[in-house]
Design a protein around this ligand. Structure first.
Ligand SMILES: [Zn+2]
Length: 180
């Protein structure tokens, strides 16, 4: 996809992120930078709950909020608390390709079956719950959602530098996004 920007070496990192924890995140995860020692968190990371989402980062480097689809719309107190408690100035918002939340409505059957059989819900309650939740949680195209969410959060937290990134479940790398 044209909007994805590969990070294969330091020169690929956008100038606005140089010298910031976002640059370090890209170096640790993509460029095998040796892990530094941190006694305090450097940034907040928002990412999906998916089990394929794993970051190569040092201990103590980041606060991490994980939500389905890296959707922070229902987690704003968590965001606010993390940036104030952690005294953080940077947020890396990490979407990924092949996210189940992109086409959530197509996963209705698996949801209903799972929550009735495994969790013991009644079928009609499960159906209503799912149908009410889809509009709140379905993200559509991952990159479009990521950019919308980034812009929404930039308005809400104007002094925080927010970097949208995409994690590829194919090659395991983080990609910057060409935002124009
Ligand atoms: Zn996901």
């Amino acid at each position: 996809m044209a909007r994805l920007h590969r990070v294969l070496n330091n020169d690929d990192i956008f100038p606005e992120y140089r010298g910031t924890p976002v640059e370090k995140l890209l170096e640790y995860h993509n460029l095998n930078r040796k892990h530094d020692i941190f006694d305090k968190a450097q940034l907040l990371i928002g990412m999906c709950i998916d089990n394929r989402e794993n970051l190569h980062i040092p201990d103590n480097f980041a606060f991490v909020i994980r939500t389905a689809g890296a959707n922070l719309q229902n987690s704003e107190f968590n965001v606010s608390f993390a940036i104030t408690f952690g005294q953080l100035n940077y947020l890396a918002l990490i979407a990924h390709n092949d996210c189940a939340m992109a086409h959530l409505s197509s996963h209705k059957d698996i949801f209903i079956k799972g929550i009735t059989e495994k969790a013991g819900w009644k079928r009609d309650k499960a159906e209503k719950y799912f149908m009410n939740s889809v509009p709140k949680f379905e993200i559509g195209n991952e990159v479009d959602f990521l950019l919308n969410e980034t812009n929404r959060l930039r308005l809400k937290y104007p002094k925080i530098t927010i970097a949208p990134l995409l994690h590829s479940v194919n090659d395991g790398k983080l990609y910057l996004i060409n935002e124009n």
